[in-house]
Ligand binder design. Structure first.
Ligand code: ATP
Ligand code: CA
Ligand code: CA
Length: 434
């Protein structure tokens, strides 16, 4: 929510694209959800399905506002992944599609990807490059197994992979994933950490213009910060990162970072900031009472959410089987399951994790953590980059180093950030003596 987004409304350059993305998601997700749950088969991982939407609609697809083509990848795998990550299916649909409200965060990285937030800020749609898309398809089996076996994984949670084809046949690939940051709390500081020190510094004067700019490795080190975790938590954190990084190394992935959002309970929330940054996407111009920004500002209570989810479930139930659905269509087993995120160590405190002092007392900080941007394969481009950058910099400090070394350096740094400066120095000394 502290992220300054631009509202995507009629007339916005990406309005039609955003609208089509959501229409496609709504249709494909509700179609899969309406079927009886079943075990995954190997073929589910390779499955893909094309469909076209137009104003009149057809046997297969309902009428839409615009003509566009949509492709859905591995719908059953993602349905199961959403289950593993504890999402409520009705809730997911409601967040992404019940009202066409999105906000766009231009392109925050160098990659040219666009980020869109669902209206409740729970989900992010990120447009990805074709190479990233191909990678996700290729690693989906491993990713799925990892998610299943690691309830505390810190790696980005992917909920869907789709493609929309718009005017002039331009294809846009995108993923739906978790927004690591909470809709209802200000993030006072954000760090994007890779474990590299070359080029990993945000000019501190830039902070004056934008106090909430994303900081990097050198900014972290300069502040002598550390994640306040007690022994047990620290160990869990490091062990989980080791498992996560081992997967990424094996898949030859690199360039990922640990995103750290810090909420200071002492500072609390600043409603002015919230007001300024909240953006609404409003189609068709009809504005309902509850869509007024003032109401949106307020996070729906659990009770309200539960009520809405129940209503939506009722509507889904009373609907005729969706086109191509089975006549025996019934609610999937886990529909209506509680939000299971509180079972996850790092996301259990309303999406984050509370700092803990050594003595076990709770700290004044909530951390929001996750490993993001994990779809870059160490391929040809990276190899070239490594070569060229290596000519002018220390080969091991620059970020495009091979995946294994990247992972080791990443783990080293992340282990370091769980320690106070004194501890880290003591450890370095001990290691030096051995
Ligand atoms: P590049 O490849 O240049 O690093 P990118 O376009 O691939 O950029 P990311 O690195 O994925 O972008 O993300 C850029 C920024 O967007 C992050 O530093 C973070 O501030 C924000 N961001 C990305 N993913 C998430 C997420 N899941 N939750 C919250 N914020 C996110
Ligand atoms: Ca990145
Ligand atoms: Ca990237």
């Amino acid at each position: 929510r502290v992220i300054v987004g631009k509202k995507v409304e009629e007339g916005h350059v990406n309005w039609v694209t955003a609208y089509n993305m959501l229409t496609g998601i709504r249709f494909t997700v509700s179609r899969t959800n309406a079927k009886m749950d079943r075990e995954l088969t190997d073929a589910d991982f390779d499955q893909k399905q094309k469909m076209s939407f137009d104003v009149t609609g057809s046997e297969q697809t309902p009428g839409a506002k615009y003509d566009f083509k949509f492709k859905d990848y591995s719908p059953w795998v993602f349905r199961h992944l959403r289950g593993i990550f504890g999402l409520d299916p009705a809730d997911y649909l409601m967040s992404l599609t019940s009202k066409y409200i999105l906000s766009e965060l231009g392109s925050p990285g160098k990659s040219g990807s666009f980020f869109y937030f669902s209206r409740d800020y729970k989900y992010i749609i990120k447009t990805i490059h074709h190479a990233e898309h191909k990678l996700l398809r290729r690693i989906l089996r491993d990713y799925y197994a990892h998610a299943k076996n690691n309830p505390n994984t810190l790696i980005s949670q992917f909920y869907g992979l789709h493609r929309v084809k718009i005017a002039y046949g331009r294809k846009i690939h995108f993923v739906v994933m978790n927004n690591l940051f909470p809709p209802h709390r200000d993030i006072h500081q954000t760090f994007d950490l890779k474990g590299s020190t070359v080029g990993r510094d945000l000019n501190e004067t830039a902070l004056e213009k934008n106090p909430r700019a994303t900081l990097k490795d050198l900014n972290w080190l300069r502040r002598d910060m550390h994640l306040e975790f007690d022994q047990r938590l620290r160990q869990t954190f490091i062990e989980q990162l080791q498992r996560d990084v081992a997967l990424l190394q094996r898949l030859e992935i690199m360039d990922y970072s640990l995103l750290v959002g810090i909420h200071d309970l002492g500072k609390g929330n600043d409603d002015n900031v919230r007001e300024k940054t909240l953006q609404v996407f409003q189609p068709g111009g009809e504005r309902e009472e509850e869509d007024l920004p003032g109401h949106l500002m307020r996070t729906p209570s659990r009770l309200e959410s539960a009520k809405k989810a129940r209503e939506l479930r009722q509507t889904l139930k009373s609907q005729k089987p969706v086109p191509m659905g089975l006549s025996s269509a019934r609610m999937p087993e886990h529909l209506g399951a509680e939000d299971q995120r509180h079972n996850r160590i790092f996301y259990g405190d309303d999406g984050g994790i509370r700092a803990t002092h050594e003595d076990g007392k709770a700290g004044e900080t909530i951390y929001y953590l996750g490993v993001i941007d994990c779809l870059t394969h160490y391929g040809f481009v990276k190899r070239m980059e490594h070569f060229w950058k290596g000519l002018s910099n220390n080969r091991h400090q620059i970020s495009p180093i091979p995946p294994h070394a990247y992972g080791e350096r990443f783990l080293n740094f992340m282990t370091g950030i769980t320690m106070t400066k004194e501890e880290a120095e003591r450890r370095a000394q001990q290691e030096g003596q051995q």
